[in-house]
Design a protein around this ligand. Sequence first.
Ligand SMILES: [Zn+2]
Length: 302
Amino acid sequence: MSYAPIREKLKRGETVILDGAIGTEILRRNVTWADHQLVNKPEFVRGIHEDYMRAGAEIISTNSFQLCRRALYNHFRDEAHRKHIGASDLETRAEKLLAASVKLAVEARSIVKPKQPCAIAAAVTTLEWCFRPDLAPDDKKARAEYTEIFKTVKDAGADLVLLETVNSIGEARTALEVCKGLGLPCWIGFVPTEEGKLFTGETLKDACAAIEPLGVDAILLNCAPPDDITAGMKQLAPHAHAPIGTYAHIGRFDPPEWLFTDEYPPSKYCAESRKWKQMGAKILGGCCGTTPEHIAALATLR
Ligand SMILES: [Zn+2]
């Protein structure tokens, strides 16, 4: 329901503002990331969503990055090992946290009552480690896992799915088919390399040809440094018919957390985004390392 006004804006060729990072924003505010803080500090997560709405974001993405059963199970050698040493609720924990993440974003919207349209996007990424498309599960397994994830977020009240940090056409296609099959709008964010290709070596031209006929609602580039996003835009913009968008990361990944740098303060990030807008981006937001101040700067580009 709440997605309809966003779809109309994009149809009219207007700019839509996506929010900024949440995982790194939690760290920047000196809180750890355990269980995404959806259970222990819900008001804290909700507060970040509220800050992004007040900054002008029209799409709020949930704090659910890599919240899936597979990611929890990957910490163990095998099923027997998990049953031997793992917590007893690991089978159902991801589902519960996913639903909680959507609920918090919906609550934030009802508190802020933003003047502009505001849709809640369930942030979902690859089932296996990001940046490792070679580890992706086979199509049958992926379909079953994505079905479970998307049903959960739909029932919890998500208006669309933001499938982000995707590195291969195959994973994008499978997830998109499942998502559209459940009647949810779907945006897909690909990670571009320095050459503006996917990590698999596939091109964004081929990605467009594969996913546009399946009804993708927008194609974005995300979780790469600004220069790589520019390289990706050069490859994406000439071939896309769906609305396109950008949200770069800033800073450096320092596993398992994020290293903040002052390379891209809000004004400089805004200047990069203006360039992407001129190249055709209709959706502008921020990935890891960006803050509500960055999004407030982007909102001036509407
Ligand atoms: Zn990122």
